[in-house]
Design a protein around this ligand. Structure first.
Ligand code: G3H
Ligand code: ZN
Length: 290
């Protein structure tokens, strides 16, 4: 698999668009995502959380990503999403992932800095062009990609401080920074995410020459807000909950209708995944960028 993932983000920064990260936990989802990306000529990233990667199998995920790379002609980026330990980073790198996200955002600042720096060193030893993402500030919500029935409190003190972000990026050498700017994981029935655009502009102004900015919790944010975030400097957007809802909703409908042939009940779930992926590609502005 392509090991120069940094160049994709450089192109996104230069072109002023964002690359969507679509989280997947099955071959069916990967196939659907790759198909749309090819049709729309869009760069894209497969993301697997620790749970998703474990379910898929890291080497199986790589093998599938390689197949889609060959089939689509679009280089596959496979990102280890929200990796919480250096042992996991090692596992992902050994398996052949070409993009790493080390998430020390819940740790005290100094510990986050230390684990992130170590993860960067580990990735650089495998290949200096592997793109590494760190995270600073605490993103809202309990950290799961699902519908939340509770309210989510976004505290000012958990938002990413531009000053601290500059220090963090310079000290760790990361290529990408996941930021907390009012975004949250999952979709809450009660709290609607409200992005702090002023903070985002400031972060972009300070960091644009040093790293690219990542928006986690891409589900449930109104399209216009995502577009504005891209205009103001977001270059990667992570989407999971909406993909899960699309897949599960269509699958449920097909099963409830009595369908028992797997390729017949999975196909509508893939169609729904494609529709959501297409919408996200459109708002990221990544269409026709290959
Ligand atoms: O890292 C994954 C994402 O941040 C997904 O967030 O489930 O709210 O779309 P989401
Ligand atoms: Zn995330």
């Amino acid at each position: 698999m392509n090991l120069n993932t940094k160049q994709f983000f450089k192109k996104a920064e230069d072109g002023g668009y964002a690359i969507p990260q679509l989280n997947v936990s099955s071959a069916d989802q990967m196939k659907a995502v790759a198909k749309v990306a090819l049709e729309l000529k869009s760069p894209f990233i497969f993301g697997t959380s620790e749970g998703e990667g474990k379910f898929l199998g890291l080497r199986q995920a790589i093998a599938l990503a390689e197949v889609y790379e060959k089939e689509t002609g679009i280089a596959s980026i496979l990102n280890a999403d929200h990796t919480k330990s250096l042992e996991k980073v090692r596992e992902y790198l050994d398996a052949g992932y070409n993009s790493i996200h080390i998430d020390g955002s819940l740790l005290p600042y100094e510990e986050n800095l230390e684990i992130t720096k170590k993860a960067v060193d580990m990735a650089r030893k495998v290949n200096e062009n592997i793109s590494v993402e760190g995270e600073l500030g605490q993103i809202g919500g309990p950290g799961s990609s699902k519908i939340l029935t509770e309210a989510v409190e976004i505290k000012e003190e958990n938002l990413t401080s531009p000053k601290q972000a500059l220090e963090f990026v310079e000290a760790t050498g990361i290529d990408r920074l996941g930021v907390s700017i009012g975004n949250m994981h999952g979709i809450s029935n009660i709290t609607k995410p409200k992005l702090d655009f002023e903070r985002l502009s400031e972060l972009h102004e300070i960091l644009k020459e040093k790293c690219v900015l990542v928006l986690h919790g891409g589900s449930g944010i109104p399209d216009d807000d995502i577009k504005k975030a891209v205009e103001l400097g977001i270059r990667k957007i992570n989407i999971n909950t909406e993909l899960r809802l699309a897949f599960a909703g269509a699958l449920k409908k097909a099963l409830e209708a009595g369908e028992t042939t797997p390729y017949k009940f999975i196909a509508p779930a893939q169609d729904a995944t494609q529709k959501t992926t297409q919408e996200k590609i459109e708002i990221c502005g990544s269409k026709n960028k290959i």
